[in-house]
Design a protein around this ligand. Sequence first.
Ligand code: DGL
Length: 259
Amino acid sequence: MANNYPIGLFDSGIGGISIYNEMKNSLPTESTIYIADNLNAPYGKKTEKEIIQLSIKNTQKLIDLGCKLVVVACNTATTNAIEVLRKNFNLPIVGIEPSIKPAMLESKTNNIGVLATEKTLSSNLFQKTSNTFSNGVNIHEQIGYDLVNIIEENGINEKLLNLKLNGYIQPMLKYNIDHLVLGCTHYYFLKDILRTILPCEVKILDSSRAVIKRVQTLLEIYDLKTNISKANNMFYFTGNGLVISDFLTNEDKISKITI
Ligand code: DGL
């Protein structure tokens, strides 16, 4: 029965664990297989063609491992590759995009900030969404240079990340932003540091809940909800496994994989 097959997730590394954690909270009986393609991280510096090729490989692997639905737990892969994935694969695919629409609708100062990778900000999908909903709201975009590398190599190194983030956020604050949209799943883990930099009236938005809601909807539509009571979760990585366990619990099974 496909219902009891796992949900697959992939990211360039540990960023998608933010989605994985939300999924475990909201859908605790759904089994999962996660691929952290950290051998190829960061995706944000690759060409669109490379991001598409890697996304196809990861999706194919998750399908070969028996997944019933795939979550692209990476904004960079979603904004550059999701259309190709949906054309190539015949199963429900959920992506993640920066939550700029709610930020623009809620903004009182008519200024919002977006922190994302280079390839997310330059993608056609991101540009299209920004233009569709902008409606007089200014979007202050900032590339989060080096953030993914630092997190992948050192975990949450507060001193280093604080320094980098201050450099990225202070210029946005001059524009009186009232929302900061996190456009990369890795940045979810920077919320505590960001909170110390941002004035309390600036709201931080990430898209992980929206992704889980979409997964729930698709499980209903395709009649794919599991009927087993205990989930089986497997976490694979393609490169270095050093910092991964810091982001997972003892219950998570972790293993290296070649794709
Ligand atoms: N977590 C990925 C994202 O959401 C990181 C991209 C990267 O590897 O640069 O975009």
